[in-house]
Design a protein around this ligand. Structure first.
Ligand SMILES: [Zn+2]
Length: 74
């Protein structure tokens, strides 16, 4: 549940439109960058949480020994 809100700093002539990686809603001025999903953009932190939960449920099949996640510091 860690990440940060990122402001979109695009020049006025930049017309590229971004969409939420999960629900596809249009992202206008800022998005949520989640530490667990690098390279993906979410409309809100809650949206990333939903995806996180879905992936966690999906991991019950297949992977047997997932590498333990280290927490260094905090
Ligand atoms: Zn979304």
């Amino acid at each position: 549940m860690s990440g940060r809100t990122v402001l979109v700093e695009a020049p006025w002539y930049e017309t590229r439109i971004m969409n939420c990686s999960f629900c596809g809603i249009m992202i206008a001025r800022q998005y949520w960058q989640d530490d667990q999903f690098e390279g993906e953009r979410f409309c809100t932190e809650a949206c990333a949480d939903v995806k996180r939960r879905l992936e966690r449920d999906g991991q019950r099949t297949g992977q047997r020994s997932a590498p333990a996640k280290r927490r260094a510091g905090g």
